[in-house]
Design a protein around this ligand. Structure first.
Ligand SMILES: C[S@@+](CC[C@H](N)C(=O)[O-])C[C@H]1O[C@@H](n2cnc3c(N)ncnc32)[C@H](O)[C@@H]1O
Length: 456
């Protein structure tokens, strides 16, 4: 696996935007990981393909875990007021939940914990559950140790530090264990946690200084997930410089605090919204499902890979003009001309799906096909490449990858992918069912041969 591919996989899994220093850092991160696990680079690369934990760990090496206590102090004031009024209104036994998403070394969730101690009596403070996660394992280890250098306290009032921290022999300030114990840490990505978070279960989320490192599609999907995870009128705190959440999901908090938002009651909110989104996505993916009919299929797949309006113009790439454009499958998005709004919604849902299941090839396949339908072959190439990457040797993904390369004018690469795929398919039994559960090897092989003919 080249470094390029590893970086692509990190982007696909976590939505991380590549920074200029990454290639250099990646080389040293791979060395460190290899040493720690006592394996050479080749072994490590194999493990990286199969081990989600390891990929997360590698991602953690490349992210910036800078944080400090009481960062953006006005937001904490607002958060405590919000929690106080929720505690007043909630039934006596009910617990509130605060989530620090992308918590780095823990200063952020611990700030909530110690301020809750300051503001509320022990009994009320104990009703506030604080959870925190990050993809950076080293940062999380340090968070669990809860001992910090003075640099983490810049701007924090001295009396507060004295009340909750003691100086260790190593010159670190260690948080009182009783306070540290109130925060639960997890080594997971925000996307992974979102999948497991029940709808409307969280009272406040701090998603600060994380989105600046993420791709727009990942940010959008995370905001949608955070909206679903928050209770009605739940509080979202982002850093003042972070990309704004979508206005249909969050509105600015009435208090004049930069980066503070309140969850809106949007059309697709809560449990129903999540289920609705999933169902819409499934329905869309079924419409776009790749199916090859043994008798009529040869022309269908390359044409299906073409965009709606251009299906005719694309026929030269698909085979003889007179062939039926798409054989025996339900209407595909490419055929739903004029329904751009629906395609846009489906694209959005595919992006959400990808954000919540970044290691499943299905979402990339779906989005790639929708992008092709929107005449965006270069972006589709990226998605199919990611589908291939996360899906291992996914032959359906390779087919679409080759088709998108052809559509974007990369004929040499399209030829090479199609040739590779033809060899793989020829080695399979004719009736072998491929990764999408529907396409049969012989049908896909015929489609590939046609593509190769059109590629010359
Ligand atoms: C600059 S720190 C922000 C820490 C804290 N939220 C704050 O504002 O002080 C960014 C953290 O986000 C984490 N991060 C980036 N992408 C993530 C993802 N997809 N899931 C979980 N954590 C992520 C990084 O590992 C890093 O520790």
């Amino acid at each position: 696996m080249t470094e390029e591919l590893i970086l692509q996989r990190l982007a696909a899994a976590f939505g991380l935007v590549e920074r200029s220093t990454w290639r250099r850092e990646l080389v040293s991160a791979l060395e460190q990981l290899g040493e720690r696990r006592s394996v050479d680079r080749a072994h490590l690369e194999i493990e990286l393909q199969a081990d989600a934990d390891l990929l997360r760990e590698l991602a953690g090496h490349l992210t910036i875990d800078e944080s400090h206590f009481l960062r953006h102090p006005q937001q904490f004031e607002l958060l405590l007021t919000h929690l106080g009024s929720r505690l007043d209104r909630a039934p006596p036994g009910e617990r509130l939940r605060v989530w620090s998403a992308g918590c780095a070394k823990g200063e952020e969730p611990y700030s909530v914990a110690l301020l809750a101690r300051e503001r509320f009596d022990r009994h009320r403070a104990a009703r506030i559950e604080i959870v925190a996660n990050d993809i950076n394992r080293d940062a999380l280890d340090r968070a669990r140790r809860a001992a910090y250098t003075p640099w983490s306290f810049r701007g924090v009032p001295e009396p507060l530090v004295r009340r909750y921290f003691t100086m260790t022999e190593a010159g670190h300030l260690a948080l009182a264990p009783a306070v540290a114990a109130t925060v639960g840490f997890e080594h997971a990505s925000i996307q992974e946690r979102l999948v497991r978070t029940p709808a409307a279960a969280v009272d406040a989320i701090l998603f600060r200084n994380v989105a600046i490192y993420l791709e727009p599609a990942a940010i959008r999907a995370i905001y949608t997930g955070l909206h679903a995870a928050l209770r009605p009128s739940g509080l979202l705190l982002i850093a003042p410089a972070d990309p704004l959440p979508p206005a249909e999901l969050f509105e600015r908090s009435a208090e004049d605090v930069a980066g503070a938002f309140v969850r809106r009651r949007a059309r697709t909110s809560g449990a129903n919204g999540k289920v609705f989104a999933q169902l819409r996505f499934q329905a869309a993916s079924q419409r776009a499902a790749v199916r090859v009919d043994a008798d009529r299929a040869p022309a269908s797949m390359p044409l299906a890979a073409g965009h709606g309006e251009g299906a005719g113009s694309n026929r030269s790439a698909a085979g003889p003009e007179h062939r039926e454009p798409v054989a025996s499958h339900s209407p595909s998005p490419e055929h739903d001309r004029g329904d751009r709004r629906r395609t846009a919604l489906e694209l959005d849902l595919a992006s959400q799906f990808i954000a919540t299941r970044p290691t499943a090839p299905h979402g990339y396949l779906m989005r790639g096909r929708l992008l092709l339908a929107q005449q965006r072959p270069a972006e589709a190439v990226d998605d199919f490449r990611r589908a291939l990457f996360v899906g291992g040797d996914n032959r359906v993904a390779r087919f679409w990858y080759a088709a998108a390369l052809q559509r974007s004018g990369n004929m040499d690469r399209a030829r090479s992918q199609a040739a590779q795929l033809a060899v793989q398919l020829a080695a399979l039994p004719e009736d072998a069912v491929l990764e999408d559960g529907q396409t049969v090897a012989a049908g896909l092989l015929r489609a590939v041969e046609l593509m190769r003919t059109s590629l010359g």
